[in-house]
Ligand binder design. Structure first.
Ligand code: ADP
Ligand code: ASP
Ligand code: MG
Length: 462
Protein backbone atom coordinates (compact mmCIF):
# COMPACT_ATOMS: atom_id res chain seq x y z
CA UNK A 1 0.00 0.00 0.00
CA UNK A 2 0.99 3.62 -0.45
CA UNK A 3 -0.26 6.83 1.15
CA UNK A 4 -1.09 9.75 -1.13
CA UNK A 5 -1.68 13.12 0.53
CA UNK A 6 -3.21 16.01 -1.40
CA UNK A 7 -2.87 19.52 0.02
CA UNK A 8 -5.37 22.38 -0.02
CA UNK A 9 -4.56 23.70 -3.50
CA UNK A 10 -4.64 20.16 -4.91
CA UNK A 11 -8.33 19.87 -3.90
CA UNK A 12 -9.32 23.54 -4.15
CA UNK A 13 -11.90 23.12 -6.92
CA UNK A 14 -13.78 20.60 -9.04
CA UNK A 15 -11.04 20.80 -11.67
CA UNK A 16 -8.35 20.17 -9.06
CA UNK A 17 -10.26 17.19 -7.61
CA UNK A 18 -10.61 15.79 -11.11
CA UNK A 19 -6.82 15.98 -11.54
CA UNK A 20 -6.39 14.22 -8.20
CA UNK A 21 -8.82 11.49 -9.24
CA UNK A 22 -6.85 10.74 -12.37
CA UNK A 23 -3.55 10.71 -10.45
CA UNK A 24 -4.97 8.24 -7.90
CA UNK A 25 -6.64 6.10 -10.53
CA UNK A 26 -3.37 5.70 -12.40
CA UNK A 27 -1.84 4.33 -9.18
CA UNK A 28 -4.78 2.22 -8.01
CA UNK A 29 -2.75 -0.99 -8.39
CA UNK A 30 -0.51 0.22 -5.53
CA UNK A 31 -3.55 0.26 -3.24
CA UNK A 32 -3.46 3.91 -2.19
CA UNK A 33 -4.82 5.36 1.01
CA UNK A 34 -5.70 8.98 0.26
CA UNK A 35 -5.29 11.76 2.84
CA UNK A 36 -6.76 15.15 1.92
CA UNK A 37 -6.50 18.66 3.31
CA UNK A 38 -9.38 21.09 3.51
CA UNK A 39 -10.34 22.56 0.12
CA UNK A 40 -8.29 25.66 -0.76
CA UNK A 41 -8.26 28.23 2.02
CA UNK A 42 -11.08 26.63 4.02
CA UNK A 43 -9.16 26.34 7.30
CA UNK A 44 -8.39 30.06 7.26
CA UNK A 45 -12.02 30.80 6.45
CA UNK A 46 -13.24 28.67 9.35
CA UNK A 47 -10.92 30.49 11.71
CA UNK A 48 -12.18 33.81 10.36
CA UNK A 49 -15.75 32.69 11.02
CA UNK A 50 -14.82 31.84 14.60
CA UNK A 51 -13.31 35.24 15.22
CA UNK A 52 -16.25 37.05 13.60
CA UNK A 53 -18.52 35.10 15.94
CA UNK A 54 -16.71 36.08 19.11
CA UNK A 55 -16.74 39.69 17.91
CA UNK A 56 -20.53 39.34 17.94
CA UNK A 57 -21.02 40.20 14.24
CA UNK A 58 -23.94 37.85 13.71
CA UNK A 59 -24.96 38.79 10.17
CA UNK A 60 -21.37 38.66 9.06
CA UNK A 61 -20.66 35.15 10.33
CA UNK A 62 -23.94 33.82 8.96
CA UNK A 63 -22.93 35.22 5.57
CA UNK A 64 -19.44 33.72 5.84
CA UNK A 65 -20.91 30.29 6.64
CA UNK A 66 -23.25 30.60 3.66
CA UNK A 67 -20.39 31.47 1.36
CA UNK A 68 -18.38 28.51 2.57
CA UNK A 69 -21.31 26.18 2.04
CA UNK A 70 -21.93 27.61 -1.44
CA UNK A 71 -18.32 27.08 -2.35
CA UNK A 72 -18.28 23.44 -1.20
CA UNK A 73 -21.63 22.70 -2.76
CA UNK A 74 -20.78 24.33 -6.09
CA UNK A 75 -17.45 22.56 -6.56
CA UNK A 76 -18.68 19.21 -5.21
CA UNK A 77 -21.73 19.13 -7.50
CA UNK A 78 -19.43 19.25 -10.50
CA UNK A 79 -17.62 16.07 -9.47
CA UNK A 80 -20.14 13.99 -7.51
CA UNK A 81 -22.18 11.53 -9.59
CA UNK A 82 -25.91 12.19 -9.87
CA UNK A 83 -26.67 9.02 -7.97
CA UNK A 84 -24.77 10.37 -4.98
CA UNK A 85 -26.19 13.93 -4.99
CA UNK A 86 -28.72 13.17 -2.28
CA UNK A 87 -25.95 11.84 -0.07
CA UNK A 88 -23.87 14.91 -0.83
CA UNK A 89 -26.70 17.27 0.12
CA UNK A 90 -27.35 15.34 3.30
CA UNK A 91 -23.66 15.57 4.24
CA UNK A 92 -23.52 19.28 3.52
CA UNK A 93 -26.72 19.92 5.50
CA UNK A 94 -25.52 17.91 8.44
CA UNK A 95 -22.06 19.48 8.60
CA UNK A 96 -23.16 23.07 8.04
CA UNK A 97 -26.01 22.81 10.54
CA UNK A 98 -23.63 21.49 13.15
CA UNK A 99 -21.07 24.15 12.30
CA UNK A 100 -23.69 26.90 12.56
CA UNK A 101 -24.78 25.67 15.98
CA UNK A 102 -21.21 25.57 17.16
CA UNK A 103 -20.50 29.09 15.90
CA UNK A 104 -23.66 30.43 17.52
CA UNK A 105 -22.50 28.89 20.78
CA UNK A 106 -19.15 30.65 20.43
CA UNK A 107 -20.90 33.94 19.77
CA UNK A 108 -22.84 33.56 23.02
CA UNK A 109 -19.71 32.71 25.01
CA UNK A 110 -17.67 35.43 23.29
CA UNK A 111 -14.56 33.42 23.92
CA UNK A 112 -12.42 31.19 21.73
CA UNK A 113 -10.58 28.33 23.43
CA UNK A 114 -8.02 26.05 21.74
CA UNK A 115 -10.57 23.26 22.07
CA UNK A 116 -13.24 25.20 20.18
CA UNK A 117 -10.71 26.31 17.56
CA UNK A 118 -10.07 22.61 16.88
CA UNK A 119 -13.77 21.82 16.75
CA UNK A 120 -14.34 24.57 14.16
CA UNK A 121 -11.27 24.00 12.04
CA UNK A 122 -11.99 20.27 11.79
CA UNK A 123 -14.89 20.93 9.42
CA UNK A 124 -12.55 21.66 6.50
CA UNK A 125 -11.05 18.17 6.37
CA UNK A 126 -14.30 16.51 7.39
CA UNK A 127 -16.02 18.03 4.37
CA UNK A 128 -13.20 17.62 1.87
CA UNK A 129 -12.67 13.95 2.71
CA UNK A 130 -16.36 13.17 2.11
CA UNK A 131 -16.45 15.18 -1.08
CA UNK A 132 -13.29 13.62 -2.50
CA UNK A 133 -14.52 10.17 -1.52
CA UNK A 134 -17.80 10.72 -3.40
CA UNK A 135 -16.01 12.35 -6.32
CA UNK A 136 -13.73 9.35 -6.83
CA UNK A 137 -16.82 7.25 -7.51
CA UNK A 138 -17.67 9.61 -10.33
CA UNK A 139 -14.33 8.70 -11.86
CA UNK A 140 -14.91 4.99 -11.51
CA UNK A 141 -13.15 4.21 -8.27
CA UNK A 142 -14.57 2.32 -5.33
CA UNK A 143 -13.96 4.22 -2.10
CA UNK A 144 -14.36 3.90 1.65
CA UNK A 145 -14.48 7.07 3.71
CA UNK A 146 -12.70 6.97 7.06
CA UNK A 147 -13.17 9.60 9.77
CA UNK A 148 -9.58 10.21 10.88
CA UNK A 149 -10.80 10.98 14.39
CA UNK A 150 -11.51 7.29 14.84
CA UNK A 151 -7.93 6.25 14.18
CA UNK A 152 -5.55 9.12 14.96
CA UNK A 153 -5.44 9.39 18.75
CA UNK A 154 -3.67 12.34 20.35
CA UNK A 155 -2.99 14.02 23.66
CA UNK A 156 -5.16 16.99 24.71
CA UNK A 157 -2.88 19.77 23.48
CA UNK A 158 -5.51 21.37 21.32
CA UNK A 159 -4.32 23.06 18.10
CA UNK A 160 -0.90 21.36 18.46
CA UNK A 161 -1.82 17.85 19.53
CA UNK A 162 0.74 15.04 19.46
CA UNK A 163 -0.22 11.52 18.42
CA UNK A 164 -0.25 8.71 20.96
CA UNK A 165 1.65 6.37 18.69
CA UNK A 166 0.99 2.86 20.07
CA UNK A 167 -2.77 3.37 20.18
CA UNK A 168 -2.86 5.17 16.81
CA UNK A 169 -0.77 2.53 15.05
CA UNK A 170 -2.87 -0.25 16.53
CA UNK A 171 -6.08 1.37 15.29
CA UNK A 172 -4.67 2.14 11.84
CA UNK A 173 -3.41 -1.40 11.39
CA UNK A 174 -6.76 -2.82 12.45
CA UNK A 175 -9.02 -0.46 10.49
CA UNK A 176 -7.34 0.67 7.27
CA UNK A 177 -6.38 -2.63 5.58
CA UNK A 178 -9.79 -4.05 6.50
CA UNK A 179 -11.54 -1.11 4.81
CA UNK A 180 -9.26 -1.27 1.80
CA UNK A 181 -10.09 -4.93 1.19
CA UNK A 182 -7.88 -7.26 -0.78
CA UNK A 183 -6.16 -6.95 -4.14
CA UNK A 184 -9.14 -8.38 -5.99
CA UNK A 185 -11.71 -6.16 -4.34
CA UNK A 186 -9.82 -3.04 -3.50
CA UNK A 187 -11.40 0.10 -2.06
CA UNK A 188 -9.57 3.39 -1.90
CA UNK A 189 -9.67 4.64 1.67
CA UNK A 190 -10.13 8.42 1.80
CA UNK A 191 -9.53 10.31 5.03
CA UNK A 192 -8.99 13.89 6.20
CA UNK A 193 -5.57 15.07 7.27
CA UNK A 194 -4.92 17.39 10.22
CA UNK A 195 -7.83 16.18 12.37
CA UNK A 196 -7.66 13.67 15.20
CA UNK A 197 -9.25 13.01 18.58
CA UNK A 198 -8.29 12.37 22.17
CA UNK A 199 -8.87 8.96 23.73
CA UNK A 200 -12.27 10.23 24.90
CA UNK A 201 -13.18 11.26 21.37
CA UNK A 202 -12.77 15.04 21.68
CA UNK A 203 -11.69 16.55 18.33
CA UNK A 204 -8.09 17.79 18.15
CA UNK A 205 -5.81 18.96 15.34
CA UNK A 206 -2.12 18.34 14.64
CA UNK A 207 -1.23 22.00 14.01
CA UNK A 208 -1.35 24.10 10.85
CA UNK A 209 -0.10 22.24 7.83
CA UNK A 210 -0.63 19.01 9.75
CA UNK A 211 -2.07 16.92 6.91
CA UNK A 212 1.47 16.00 5.84
CA UNK A 213 1.97 14.66 9.35
CA UNK A 214 -1.26 12.64 9.13
CA UNK A 215 -0.02 11.05 5.92
CA UNK A 216 3.22 10.01 7.58
CA UNK A 217 1.44 8.64 10.65
CA UNK A 218 -0.92 6.64 8.45
CA UNK A 219 1.99 5.39 6.34
CA UNK A 220 3.86 4.22 9.43
CA UNK A 221 0.73 2.69 10.97
CA UNK A 222 -0.07 0.52 7.96
CA UNK A 223 3.54 -0.15 6.98
CA UNK A 224 3.14 1.61 3.62
CA UNK A 225 5.85 1.18 1.03
CA UNK A 226 5.84 4.91 0.22
CA UNK A 227 4.33 8.19 1.42
CA UNK A 228 3.54 10.68 -1.35
CA UNK A 229 2.95 14.35 -0.52
CA UNK A 230 1.19 15.91 -3.53
CA UNK A 231 1.28 19.70 -3.55
CA UNK A 232 1.52 22.74 -5.85
CA UNK A 233 5.27 22.80 -6.50
CA UNK A 234 7.60 20.36 -8.28
CA UNK A 235 9.19 19.23 -5.01
CA UNK A 236 11.64 20.65 -2.51
CA UNK A 237 13.21 23.61 -4.28
CA UNK A 238 16.57 25.23 -3.59
CA UNK A 239 14.77 28.35 -2.30
CA UNK A 240 11.33 29.21 -0.97
CA UNK A 241 9.48 30.23 -4.17
CA UNK A 242 7.44 32.86 -2.33
CA UNK A 243 10.70 34.68 -1.62
CA UNK A 244 12.83 33.74 -4.60
CA UNK A 245 11.05 32.20 -7.58
CA UNK A 246 13.01 30.07 -10.01
CA UNK A 247 14.77 27.75 -7.56
CA UNK A 248 15.97 24.35 -8.77
CA UNK A 249 14.29 21.07 -7.87
CA UNK A 250 16.18 18.92 -5.37
CA UNK A 251 15.75 15.35 -6.65
CA UNK A 252 16.90 13.51 -3.55
CA UNK A 253 17.39 14.70 -0.01
CA UNK A 254 17.97 12.99 3.33
CA UNK A 255 15.38 12.86 6.09
CA UNK A 256 17.70 14.89 8.31
CA UNK A 257 18.06 17.65 5.71
CA UNK A 258 14.34 17.72 4.92
CA UNK A 259 13.45 17.92 8.62
CA UNK A 260 15.83 20.82 9.12
CA UNK A 261 14.40 22.69 6.11
CA UNK A 262 10.84 22.09 7.28
CA UNK A 263 11.67 23.28 10.78
CA UNK A 264 13.21 26.46 9.41
CA UNK A 265 10.23 27.40 7.31
CA UNK A 266 10.02 25.25 4.15
CA UNK A 267 6.25 25.03 4.37
CA UNK A 268 6.13 22.38 1.66
CA UNK A 269 6.59 19.82 4.44
CA UNK A 270 5.22 19.92 7.99
CA UNK A 271 8.25 19.60 10.32
CA UNK A 272 6.91 16.51 12.12
CA UNK A 273 6.27 14.60 8.88
CA UNK A 274 9.57 12.84 8.75
CA UNK A 275 9.41 11.48 12.31
CA UNK A 276 7.14 8.46 11.68
CA UNK A 277 8.67 7.95 8.25
CA UNK A 278 12.20 7.77 9.67
CA UNK A 279 11.11 5.44 12.40
CA UNK A 280 9.73 2.94 9.90
CA UNK A 281 12.20 3.86 7.14
CA UNK A 282 9.49 4.66 4.59
CA UNK A 283 10.55 6.91 1.70
CA UNK A 284 8.62 10.18 1.37
CA UNK A 285 8.05 11.78 -2.04
CA UNK A 286 7.02 15.37 -2.71
CA UNK A 287 5.11 15.63 -5.98
CA UNK A 288 3.21 18.26 -7.98
CA UNK A 289 -0.48 17.51 -8.56
CA UNK A 290 -0.51 19.93 -11.52
CA UNK A 291 2.51 18.27 -13.13
CA UNK A 292 2.34 14.62 -12.08
CA UNK A 293 4.90 13.64 -14.72
CA UNK A 294 7.69 15.44 -12.82
CA UNK A 295 9.53 13.00 -10.55
CA UNK A 296 9.51 15.38 -7.55
CA UNK A 297 11.73 15.06 -4.50
CA UNK A 298 12.57 11.76 -2.87
CA UNK A 299 13.36 11.90 0.84
CA UNK A 300 15.45 8.96 1.95
CA UNK A 301 17.04 7.78 5.17
CA UNK A 302 20.69 7.76 4.14
CA UNK A 303 22.77 10.87 3.32
CA UNK A 304 22.85 11.74 -0.39
CA UNK A 305 26.32 12.29 -1.90
CA UNK A 306 26.29 15.74 -3.48
CA UNK A 307 28.76 18.01 -5.23
CA UNK A 308 27.10 21.11 -3.81
CA UNK A 309 27.65 22.17 -0.20
CA UNK A 310 24.10 23.44 0.26
CA UNK A 311 20.92 21.59 -0.74
CA UNK A 312 18.40 24.34 -0.08
CA UNK A 313 17.81 27.65 1.66
CA UNK A 314 14.87 27.90 4.05
CA UNK A 315 13.45 31.06 5.54
CA UNK A 316 11.23 31.91 8.43
CA UNK A 317 9.59 35.31 8.31
CA UNK A 318 7.92 37.34 11.09
CA UNK A 319 10.61 36.52 13.59
CA UNK A 320 11.00 38.53 16.78
CA UNK A 321 14.38 39.02 18.35
CA UNK A 322 14.44 39.23 22.14
CA UNK A 323 17.61 40.73 23.62
CA UNK A 324 18.13 40.06 27.30
CA UNK A 325 20.81 42.04 29.09
CA UNK A 326 21.99 41.11 32.56
CA UNK A 327 21.62 44.14 34.82
CA UNK A 328 23.24 42.84 37.97
CA UNK A 329 26.54 41.32 36.95
CA UNK A 330 28.43 39.62 34.22
CA UNK A 331 26.75 36.39 33.20
CA UNK A 332 26.28 34.66 36.48
CA UNK A 333 25.60 30.97 36.36
CA UNK A 334 21.91 30.30 36.38
CA UNK A 335 21.18 33.32 34.17
CA UNK A 336 20.44 31.22 31.08
CA UNK A 337 18.34 28.83 33.09
CA UNK A 338 16.22 31.67 34.43
CA UNK A 339 15.72 33.04 30.94
CA UNK A 340 14.68 29.71 29.46
CA UNK A 341 12.36 29.00 32.35
CA UNK A 342 10.40 32.11 31.46
CA UNK A 343 9.95 30.99 27.83
CA UNK A 344 9.11 27.51 29.01
CA UNK A 345 6.41 28.72 31.40
CA UNK A 346 4.78 30.57 28.52
CA UNK A 347 5.09 27.59 26.17
CA UNK A 348 7.00 29.69 23.69
CA UNK A 349 9.57 27.88 21.56
CA UNK A 350 12.94 29.54 21.00
CA UNK A 351 14.47 28.96 17.55
CA UNK A 352 17.92 30.48 17.81
CA UNK A 353 20.11 31.65 20.68
CA UNK A 354 23.36 33.54 20.89
CA UNK A 355 25.17 34.75 23.96
CA UNK A 356 27.82 37.29 24.87
CA UNK A 357 29.38 38.35 28.14
CA UNK A 358 26.34 40.05 29.58
CA UNK A 359 23.57 39.49 27.09
CA UNK A 360 21.61 36.83 25.34
CA UNK A 361 19.66 37.15 22.09
CA UNK A 362 16.88 34.74 21.23
CA UNK A 363 14.41 34.46 18.40
CA UNK A 364 10.78 33.44 18.65
CA UNK A 365 8.01 33.25 16.07
CA UNK A 366 5.06 32.95 18.43
CA UNK A 367 4.51 36.31 20.10
CA UNK A 368 1.25 35.44 21.84
CA UNK A 369 2.83 35.65 25.30
CA UNK A 370 5.52 38.22 24.48
CA UNK A 371 4.21 40.92 26.81
CA UNK A 372 4.10 38.53 29.77
CA UNK A 373 7.53 37.13 28.89
CA UNK A 374 9.07 40.60 28.77
CA UNK A 375 7.45 41.51 32.03
CA UNK A 376 8.97 38.47 33.76
CA UNK A 377 12.38 38.86 32.15
CA UNK A 378 12.54 42.49 33.18
CA UNK A 379 12.45 41.45 36.82
CA UNK A 380 16.07 40.37 36.52
CA UNK A 381 17.32 41.91 33.27
CA UNK A 382 16.90 44.62 30.68
CA UNK A 383 14.89 43.48 27.71
CA UNK A 384 14.57 44.91 24.23
CA UNK A 385 12.53 43.60 21.32
CA UNK A 386 13.09 43.84 17.59
CA UNK A 387 10.37 42.52 15.33
CA UNK A 388 10.33 42.31 11.55
CA UNK A 389 13.26 39.86 11.48
CA UNK A 390 13.79 36.71 9.44
CA UNK A 391 15.82 33.55 9.87
CA UNK A 392 17.69 32.30 6.84
CA UNK A 393 18.92 28.75 7.03
CA UNK A 394 21.32 26.99 4.69
CA UNK A 395 20.92 23.23 4.86
CA UNK A 396 23.17 20.47 3.54
CA UNK A 397 24.92 17.41 4.93
CA UNK A 398 28.15 18.67 3.39
CA UNK A 399 28.23 21.82 5.51
CA UNK A 400 29.86 19.84 8.30
CA UNK A 401 32.71 18.61 6.08
CA UNK A 402 33.36 21.75 4.08
CA UNK A 403 35.65 24.45 5.40
CA UNK A 404 34.98 28.05 4.41
CA UNK A 405 31.19 27.98 4.14
CA UNK A 406 30.81 30.86 6.60
CA UNK A 407 33.36 32.85 4.63
CA UNK A 408 31.38 32.36 1.43
CA UNK A 409 28.20 33.43 3.24
CA UNK A 410 29.80 36.59 4.63
CA UNK A 411 31.34 37.33 1.25
CA UNK A 412 28.01 36.98 -0.53
CA UNK A 413 26.21 39.09 2.06
CA UNK A 414 28.62 41.99 1.98
CA UNK A 415 26.62 45.06 2.99
CA UNK A 416 23.75 43.17 4.62
CA UNK A 417 23.54 43.41 8.39
CA UNK A 418 23.55 39.95 9.96
CA UNK A 419 21.95 40.23 13.39
CA UNK A 420 22.70 36.74 14.71
CA UNK A 421 24.42 33.64 13.43
CA UNK A 422 24.41 30.02 14.46
CA UNK A 423 26.33 27.07 13.17
CA UNK A 424 27.10 23.68 14.60
CA UNK A 425 24.02 22.91 16.62
CA UNK A 426 22.89 20.35 14.06
CA UNK A 427 26.04 20.09 11.91
CA UNK A 428 24.02 20.29 8.73
CA UNK A 429 22.78 23.84 8.95
CA UNK A 430 24.10 27.34 9.08
CA UNK A 431 21.50 29.89 10.04
CA UNK A 432 21.36 33.57 10.71
CA UNK A 433 18.99 36.43 11.30
CA UNK A 434 18.53 39.44 9.02
CA UNK A 435 15.89 42.16 8.86
CA UNK A 436 12.87 41.03 6.87
CA UNK A 437 13.41 43.99 4.55
CA UNK A 438 16.77 42.43 3.59
CA UNK A 439 15.37 38.93 3.14
CA UNK A 440 14.91 38.89 -0.61
CA UNK A 441 18.36 40.18 -1.46
CA UNK A 442 19.91 37.90 1.17
CA UNK A 443 18.36 34.78 -0.37
CA UNK A 444 19.13 35.99 -3.88
CA UNK A 445 22.80 36.55 -3.03
CA UNK A 446 23.15 33.18 -1.29
CA UNK A 447 21.37 31.38 -4.08
CA UNK A 448 23.74 32.90 -6.62
CA UNK A 449 26.69 31.93 -4.48
CA UNK A 450 25.76 28.31 -3.73
CA UNK A 451 23.80 27.23 -6.81
CA UNK A 452 25.73 28.79 -9.67
CA UNK A 453 26.83 25.25 -10.50
CA UNK A 454 24.68 22.22 -9.86
CA UNK A 455 25.40 18.57 -9.25
CA UNK A 456 23.14 17.07 -11.92
CA UNK A 457 22.70 13.87 -9.88
CA UNK A 458 20.95 15.81 -7.13
CA UNK A 459 19.39 18.86 -8.77
CA UNK A 460 17.18 19.47 -11.75
CA UNK A 461 18.00 22.95 -13.05
CA UNK A 462 15.01 25.30 -13.31
P1 ADP B 1 -0.19 22.08 0.60
O1 ADP B 1 -1.47 22.83 0.67
O2 ADP B 1 -0.11 21.18 -0.59
O3 ADP B 1 0.15 21.39 1.88
P2 ADP B 1 1.65 24.19 1.27
O4 ADP B 1 1.22 25.56 0.89
O5 ADP B 1 1.49 23.80 2.70
O6 ADP B 1 0.92 23.16 0.31
O7 ADP B 1 3.17 23.95 0.87
C1 ADP B 1 3.59 24.18 -0.46
C2 ADP B 1 4.26 25.54 -0.53
O8 ADP B 1 5.46 25.52 0.22
C3 ADP B 1 4.72 25.95 -1.90
O9 ADP B 1 3.67 26.49 -2.66
C4 ADP B 1 5.82 26.95 -1.58
O10 ADP B 1 5.34 28.27 -1.65
C5 ADP B 1 6.20 26.67 -0.14
N1 ADP B 1 7.63 26.45 0.04
C6 ADP B 1 8.40 27.03 0.98
N2 ADP B 1 9.67 26.64 0.87
C7 ADP B 1 9.74 25.76 -0.14
C8 ADP B 1 10.79 25.01 -0.75
N3 ADP B 1 12.05 25.06 -0.30
N4 ADP B 1 10.49 24.21 -1.78
C9 ADP B 1 9.23 24.11 -2.24
N5 ADP B 1 8.19 24.82 -1.73
C10 ADP B 1 8.43 25.62 -0.68
N1 ASP C 1 -6.02 22.40 6.50
C1 ASP C 1 -4.95 22.48 7.47
C2 ASP C 1 -4.27 23.83 7.36
O1 ASP C 1 -4.62 24.64 6.51
C3 ASP C 1 -3.98 21.35 7.39
C4 ASP C 1 -3.22 21.21 6.09
O2 ASP C 1 -3.62 21.77 5.06
O3 ASP C 1 -2.21 20.52 6.09
O4 ASP C 1 -3.40 24.12 8.13
MG1 MG D 1 0.91 22.07 3.71
Amino acid sequence: MIVMKFGGTSVESAAAIERVASIVKARAHRRPVVVVSAMGKTTNKLLAIASTAIDGAREEYIRQIHDLRDFHSREARLVVPLADRAELDRLLDEHFQELTELVKGLAVLGELTPRSIDAISSYGERLSSYIVSLAFRHFGMDTAHLDSRQVIVTDRRHTQAAPLYPETYARLAAVVPALAGNEAENKIVVMGGFIAATEDGVTTTLGRGGSDFTAAIVGAGIGAEEIQIWTDVDGMLTADPTILPGGHRVKTISFAEAAELAYFGAKVLHPATVVPAVEKNIPVLILNSRRPEVSGTRIVSEAVPCGNVVKSIACKRKITLVNVHSTRMLMAHGFLRRIFEVFDRHETAVDMVSTSEVSVSLTIDNTRSLAAICQELSQFSEVSIEDGQAIVCLVGDNIRYTPGVAMRVFGALDGINIRMISQGASLLNLSFVVAETDLHRTVQALHNEFFAELDAEVFDAA
